[in-house]
Design a protein around this ligand. Sequence first.
Ligand SMILES: NC(=O)c1ccc[n+]([C@@H]2O[C@H](COP(=O)([O-])OP(=O)(O)OC[C@H]3O[C@@H](n4cnc5c(N)ncnc54)[C@H](OP(=O)(O)O)[C@@H]3O)[C@@H](O)[C@H]2O)c1
Length: 259
Amino acid sequence: MQRTAKTALVTGASAGLGTHFARLFAQDGHDLVLVARRQDKLDQLATELREVYGIHPTVIAADLTDPKAPLHLHEEVMRAGIEVEFLVNNAGFGTSGAFAELNLARELDLIELNVKALTQLTGLVLPAMVARRSGRILNLGSMAGFLPGPFMATYYASKAYVLSFTEALAYELRGTGVTATVLCPGATATEFARVAGIESTALFTSSADAASIALYGYRSMLKGKTIAVPGVKAKLSLESLRVSPRAVVRVLAAHLNKP
Ligand SMILES: NC(=O)c1ccc[n+]([C@@H]2O[C@H](COP(=O)([O-])OP(=O)(O)OC[C@H]3O[C@@H](n4cnc5c(N)ncnc54)[C@H](OP(=O)(O)O)[C@@H]3O)[C@@H](O)[C@H]2O)c1
């Protein structure tokens, strides 16, 4: 059956911030496409959203580090007649350790997911948004996007890309009816730290609540804000980063990330 309802596509919806984004869209009556690798978690969330909000999310299990996955995902969405009004490029992961000692294949997978899949999905949905003069893109950046990150070098660099890409995109989209927002959280309580192996670092001595970070990102996206930095602490850190010498910033980041 062809569907025409406005829909949010959320990648990385099986855990953490992505689950909260999905709940926020559902709460506002939007339909959803939920994407991640763990089908069981996505099915559980779809059931919850159906029972609580009466919507019928589409679940698509996909590994977005597979170079073909973004295109296949988009084709599946098109075949189902779904018009993507909101794209949340949220799926992402980090790694930690000295780059020379890390598994190179995993570093490249990180780029494939955090950078390439995000760019490709944006490129696939954006022309239709621009054509109908309506749409919102929310990309998951990080405070890490504002500085180099020794011992998490690839992750920080991937988020610098997301920040730069989204900022430029937002500028290009002025006047089109479409907006692009980059959400830049600091340490947030999700599965992220465990996956990255950084639970015991100084960076994660305290972490923000995922539901409030997602809400801030969601609202910023609806307002069409370009860069969304949640919380007073993060905003102050950003200001001090701006006036600190780069060499000092590197030392600070190394201290925060060191296992
Ligand atoms: N938590 C933080 O401190 C923090 C701070 C700043 C920015 N961020 C960013 O926020 C975003 C969400 O992270 P989170 O904190 O919510 O982490 P999380 O709890 O680990 O969630 C990550 C999500 O991405 C999905 N994912 C991972 N690898 C995937 C793959 N190959 N293909 C498809 N989906 C994949 C995971 O699902 P499956 O495992 O089921 O595939 C999961 O749903 C990320 O981009 C992260 O970089 C996080």
